[in-house]
Design a protein around this ligand. Sequence first.
Ligand code: NAP
Length: 311
Amino acid sequence: MNAAPHFRRIALIGFGLIGGSIARAAKLQGLASEIVTTARSEKTRARVAELGIVDLVVATNAEAVEDADLVILCIPVGACGAVAEEIAPHLKAGAIVSDVGSVKGSIVRDMAPHLPDNVHFVPAHPVAGTEHSGPDSGFAELFINRWCILTPPEGVDAEAVERLRAFWAALGAKVEVMTPDHHDLVLAITSHLPHLIAYTIVGTADELGQVTSSEVIKFSAGGFRDFTRIAASDPTMWRDVFLANKDAVLEMLGTFNEDLSKLTRAIRRGDGEALFDHFTRTRAIRRGIVETGQDSAAPDFGRPHPPLAKQ
Ligand code: NAP
């Protein structure tokens, strides 16, 4: 693995869960002489200054990128094109320009046309997150042992890709390179569809007539509460993800609907063997996720279970 890279100045545009986590981890690892950041609202900028994690908080995106040798957009996917256009004239020659967006095809389409030829554009997606957002939600350990996918356009400077790979590795991530379209297809099934299902089921439970909302909440430990964590994710971010990754999500949704119909049919026909076989296959997938260190092996996601009090 490459040694940790050092940047003279890193600019983070947007300081929420992801921007804030990058800032905290990069500071801890000493990856920059100076980290400068900005956010859209005065409120967030004031809070970031108060937190004292970065060296400089500035009011505009243009000021933030001035003289930076690594610029990372940590803002919603739908905002990246306009911000790329805004910062383009202020970028330093030779700078690496990246992002953290959860969709990659639309990022390349929206950002690339605005960027000057003398910068290196290397889009990235750290596959790590929580349901929290805002400047207080970040933490330095977020990326440890999580994947970060880079989707460099063809012909981009290999050394720039390598520097960004080493940057993410220094934040604790495992790095993989793929095309934007392949990324969007993989993430449609592993992230976007599960979020859509969680958003749907939590909404459905809320609209049920015969089961009251208080019963849904009271008996949620039966499985429902695990969906509610995902369904609590940021509405702006997820609106943008579904708008930006429409084709891949619709493709996966088609396959999902077919599989749901198969299971519906098995239940209707009382086909226990089909249900058992299916659930056996999915149980093995869970084991695989635990074995590769992508989740805890602790039962019930490691929730504490207090001891039974003696009567
Ligand atoms: P967040 O906590 O909500 O922070 C978003 C930041 O972007 C804030 O600083 C916000 O400024 C700024 N912002 C919002 N709208 C903007 C606009 N139109 N123009 C300029 N700045 C704007 O979000 P996040 O969770 O860090 O997500 C940021 C990016 O990371 C998204 O592209 C998302 O797809 C990607 N991502 C998220 C996760 C996750 O689990 N959350 C995981 C991987 C990747 P104000 O606070 O001033 O509004």
